[in-house]
Design a protein around this ligand. Sequence first.
Ligand code: ZN
Ligand code: ZN
Length: 359
Amino acid sequence: MAVVSYKCPHCGGELIFSPTTQKYKCEYCLSDFSQEELEALKPEEGSEEKAVNFEEDTQEENTTEKETQEEAVIYHCPSCGAEIVTDETTAATFCYYCHNPVVLSGRVSGEFLPDKIIPFAIDKKQATEKFLDYVHSKKFVPKAFFNKQQIEKISGVYFPYWMVDMDMEGSMQAEGRNVRVWRSGDTEYTETKVYRVEREGDVHLEDITKNALKKSNAKLAEGVLPYDVSKVQKFHMGFLSGFLAEKRDIERTELNKQVQQEANEYGEKILRGTVKGYSSISVKSCHLNQTQENWDYTMLPVWTVTYKGKNGKMYYYSMNGQDGKVYGELPIDYKKVWILGGIVFGLVLILALIGGYLL
Ligand SMILES: [Zn+2]
Ligand SMILES: [Zn+2]
């Protein structure tokens, strides 16, 4: 496992992926490089150390602490040599000292090599503007939530997802009814026609998308969906340069059942949707046999801001890094609500007084 960073062949500056040009840009000499040019470059590698195992000295320590120490790996920045300490799922980050972007290549290779990626199309400046537009359109958000310091913490993160395509053979038996009511003299007639309805067909489902990171907020991870999958690209480590990235820690075996169930629900809905022309339909049986499935481990771009509210609660805001769709849970400043509440109450009181006076 190693840590890599991409350097400009002209000046040695760092290369980062630019969402606006979809090319790699050198921050120093402003040169641009295409995907092919970057892939031809050999990234600079930093060293890696196995974490020190404290087992001998700390036999008294509890096992959970030992385990985390064993899993931690210390990296050295290829630019300045400083230590880079990471979480277990970190796949790309910045050196704390020299701010050099680094990719932990071992965490995006082998069994953890992503199949696909949708690169960022919205850069930090656009993300910040959209974020400000969004919070300004909401009432009662505390000022501290969008002060300058807070805004600077907005970060672009590639989150891991599973995207599943599925082919199924489906068959459905249902009962359709048509009812006709008419009168003749004093008699009302009701005619009910019952039809046996059968459907058979192939169902193809595309891009059932599931969050693959335990620590991400599930609402947030799904709130930014869907993405335009026509822009999906084959994964390359270079895309991560200049962003944060997380590696998956949820395997497909853990999601199999849930995906299967969702696929069956969609499948039944699709088959049922083809039955038309009856006043009521009841499905008697529905069978879906899966004939093929394909799981792609995919990195999706998200801009995020987290904010710790006064009550200690964490608030999250996230934006689809491809189209700017916003999902967020915003803190509410109750003082602001009270002031507005007071004004409304005041107005009502004044109106009532005027009303009372006039009457
Ligand atoms: Zn350069
Ligand atoms: Zn460094």
